[in-house]
Structure formats: C-alpha cells, structure tokens
Design a protein around this ligand. Structure first.
Ligand SMILES: C[S@@+](CC[C@H](N)C(=O)[O-])C[C@H]1O[C@@H](n2cnc3c(N)ncnc32)[C@H](O)[C@@H]1O
Length: 240
C-alpha cells in the first residue's frame, strides 16, 4: 500500500510538510525513543565535522532544521551565527520555543530547501540532518546548499544510511519494520506516519549515492562516514 505522506511528483513537498506539521509536537520524544538517544551523538559528530578548526566568526546554516537540534549544537560548538531553515512552521515553532526556554542565540527562518531565501556564498558551513531524504529533487537541493556556501565552505549531510553488509542491512530493516508502525500508532493513531521513513529510504541514494553526486558537482575533499555500521551515513565535502 503506498504511503499517504510520500509521492514522487509535485505533491511531495506539500505532503512532507503536512507530515512534519503532524509530527512536530512529539518529534523530539519520538527521535529519542526510536534511536535510544543515539541521534544526539550522530548530530554532534556531524556538526563537529562542519566546525572543527573553524574560525570564531563562522556562520552556519542548518537546513531542514526541524526543531533545531543541529542549529543549537552549532552554537554550542562555537559558531558565531547559526540559522535554522525549514518549510514546516510547526517544527520551527517548537525550535523557537526551545530557543526561548534555553536562551540560546539561534535564528530560525521559514524556507524551501529547493529555493533557499539566502544570498550566494552567505555561509561558511551548511549542515542538513535527516532532511535530504525528504526533498523532491536531491541534486537541486545540493546545488542550493552549494550556492549559499562560500568557496571552501563545508557541507555536512547526516541521514539514514544503507549498510554495505547484507546481514546488518536485513537486521536494520527488520528493526524499522517492527518498531515504526507501533510508534506511529502509539503517538498518532496512524502507523503510516513513521513508516514514511522506510518508504523514503527506497529511492534515497544514501551515503554512497550522495558521495557520487558530490563528486559530480565538483566538490573537494569528499568523505563518507558510517556510524553504527552504516545504518547512518554522514557525507562531508567542501565547495571547490
Ligand atoms: C526528519 S526532520 C529532521 C529535523 C532535524 N534536522 C533533525 O535532525 O532532528 C526533516 C525536516 O525537513 C523538513 N523539510 C523536508 N523537506 C523540506 C524542504 N523541501 N524544505 C525545507 N524543509 C524541508 C521537514 O519539515 C522536517 O522538519
């Protein structure tokens, strides 16, 4: 049965936005439960790659920021400016609440990853966590991220991966198929909400496919990291 939140046509964006509008109030709790809190480590590692050795005036864009985990992390790790952008206002509302409660100095803006509302070369680093898998046109999204990145700037992508090892792949798929519908039902009385992750992974090129795209787009120092046996993927590259 096709997932009602996913279609590979011009309705993809609006459907994804509707999904995250529905997920927003419990998004952070669900993330912690699904990953046993490990997503925090992977996000920290991705932001570290974006900021390691960077000067004190570094400006970071965290695209598809959702409730702002990686945006806040960029500030914690020393970015002078951290801007989170997302097209789902409900996710941004949670991020703003977190900012107000924690007093963290991050900025949030509503915008589509395929048409970013930022000038060329306006950031030193761009991060995107669990966002690229959702967009209608991955290569266009990469081009937009490169456009707003200054030459030499860093791009870091964190997302679900596709493990090279077949046994790991099978166990991981089994875990997702067992846990996600139950969580969807418990949180939203709707198994399809989190099953969306499995559906979106089917066509996602994951770490190796993204690596090839980064090379095609002429990026420098392209590298791939495979946390948790490649069930997660982190792609790193620099704008040439
Ligand atoms: C799985 S959440 C990830 C949120 C956050 N980065 C994290 O790791 O917790 C994906 C986010 O991408 C956003 N998103 C998906 N497609 C987008 C697009 N075309 N433009 C902007 N945001 C988008 C969704 O609204 C959602 O908040």
């Amino acid at each position: 049965m096709p997932n009602k939140f996913l279609s590979n046509d011009n309705q993809r964006g609006p459907k994804v936005e509707r999904l995250f509008t529905q997920l927003a109030p419990r998004y952070d709790l669900a993330n912690d439960l699904q990953s046993f809190g490990l997503h925090r480590l992977w996000k920290r590692r991705a932001v570290r790659l974006a900021l390691r050795g960077a000067p004190a005036n570094t400006r970071v864009l965290d695209l598809c920021c959702g409730t702002g985990d990686m945006t806040f992390e960029a500030r914690r790790q020393g970015a002078a400016l951290a801007v989170g952008a997302d097209f789902a206002q409900a996710m941004l509302d949670v991020a703003q609440q977190r900012r107000n409660t924690a007093g963290a100095e991050a900025f949030f803006a509503r915008g589509d990853a395929l048409r970013l509302p930022f000038a060329d070369a306006s950031f030193d680093a761009v991060t995107i966590g669990y966002g690229l898998r959702n967009v209608a046109d991955i290569e266009q999204c990469l081009r937009e991220m490169l456009r707003v990145l200054r030459p030499g700037g860093r791009l870091v992508i964190l997302d679900f991966g596709k493990p090279a090892n077949q046994l790991v792949r099978a166990l991981y798929a089994g875990y997702l198929r067992a846990v996600l519908p139950v969580m969807g039902w418990l949180f939203h009385r709707e198994p399809q909400t989190y099953l969306y992750i499995i559906e979106s992974l089917r066509t996602f090129p994951a770490q190796r496919g993204i690596e090839a795209m980064m090379h095609r787009l002429g990026m420098a120092n392209v590298r791939v990291f495979n946390p948790l046996l490649g069930t997660m993927g982190i792609n790193y590259g620099e704008r040439a």
